[in-house]
Write a protein that binds this ligand. Sequence first.
Ligand SMILES: Cc1cc2nc3c(=O)[nH]c(=O)nc-3n(C[C@H](O)[C@H](O)[C@H](O)COP(=O)(O)OP(=O)(O)OC[C@H]3O[C@@H](n4cnc5c(N)ncnc54)[C@H](O)[C@@H]3O)c2cc1C
Length: 448
Amino acid sequence: MGDRGQQIHIVGAGLAGSECAYQLAEMGYSVVLYEMREKKSSPAHKTGFFAELVCSNSFGSQTDYSAPGQLKWEANRLNSFILQMAEAARIPAGMALAVDRDIFAHQVTKAIHDHPRITIVNEAIENFNQIRRPAVIATGPLTYEPLAKSMGQYFNKEFLYFFDAIAPVVDVDSLNMDLIWRADRWGQGTGDYLNCPMNRKQYESLVNEIINAHKVEPKGFEKTPYFKACMPIEVMAEKGLETLRFGPLSPKGLFNSKSNERPYAVVQLRQDNREGTAYNLVGFQTKMTYPEQKRVFRMITGLEDAEFLKLGSIHRNLFINSPCCLTPWLSSCKDPDLFFAGQITGVEGYFESTCIGLLVAHFLNNHCQRKIPNLPPRESALGSLLHAITEPKENFQPTNINFGLYPNINIPEVKKPYRNRKQLKRAHQVERARYAMLQWIAKQKVRL
Ligand SMILES: Cc1cc2nc3c(=O)[nH]c(=O)nc-3n(C[C@H](O)[C@H](O)[C@H](O)COP(=O)(O)OP(=O)(O)OC[C@H]3O[C@@H](n4cnc5c(N)ncnc54)[C@H](O)[C@@H]3O)c2cc1C
């Protein structure tokens, strides 16, 4: 347990900063948490609440034997604060952990405010010298520009910039429910998605209009590669006529119960708030101009009169070249008391960022007790994610959790109930990850 007198300074009350602050406060540290949004806003945040979700309202799959599901399993064993808050704000979304974003952010903010060992400072930090040590920088992909500049100087410009894109949200009452039907793929779940069927002609004209629509032109420094899980719809459409049908508009596992036929392509809408009044267009992140989004997306079956509550947009994303600049436990190679957490370390996604905040709290606890930080086992999801952002590599790019990050495993032969080698391999990888994680937790004597 931490020394109650010892103070830790955390910059950024997003997902990673909130998770890290709460964990350290629970361990007994006195935490000072700096958040700028009462005074300065970011290009994507809309409120002053902590842990605001700026785009999708989903933390991703929670299915057993999936890579994101295993990450949640491990974070749960480590008492993730953000996971608990997400569960409490949960809304139906099949096997995904989706939340009412307002309830979620409100709960996180309240819990942090109410914590007796956390002091909140509403201030935009402009450089590292302003912050006492030990410190954690968790300022996210939209780090306040003056701090981002000073970080560029600090790391000798070993920075990378790239862009993500936001998907539009529509008002459910403006949808034509005579044409849209409710179902989850393969008939699983409780019918949480709204499905808009497209025939071949409709699909092809939609793709054509998406390609030809006016786009917001990126500025010079913005012309960097997109992260593939958040690729704008038009970038995918430009890859070929069939790309969207094998991606977000895939009809796989969907049968239109209203028209009694298999659709050629399907646009899926996912619930965006607890009341179920707002739905987002899954996979429709875009840099199309606002008038063009309205014109083109109203070509989607059932969206002819759609009212857009939120339109898509492009945004900056910033991350450190972590393998070059950080230690395996995410402190600066130049300053052992300066740690980094969240998306800025090169992970991508809400829950991945949260998990790095969780790990950094444990590393800092070890560090403050003058111990070498105890890294999670390589076989685990947490260990695999950490390895992906700290292992030296030539062309470092952000990543979300996926089975490709787990160490390989040899499978002798496929046995029932597994259908194929891939399924069996993943089951083994997950079992191995669970076993390794439980052993690590027992060894760490972390709170359970
Ligand atoms: C527009 C956009 C859309 C996205 N869409 C998705 C999505 O749909 N799904 C998904 O999984 N991920 C998405 N991401 C990625 C997502 O933002 C991150 O995964 C996650 O929010 C990162 O968490 P974080 O804690 O690292 O940063 P954040 O959640 O961004 O938190 C950083 C905090 O630091 C504060 N801050 C910044 N600079 C300073 C400063 N100098 N001083 C004080 N405070 C400061 C900010 O105000 C913010 O509260 C998106 C990112 C962006 C930018």
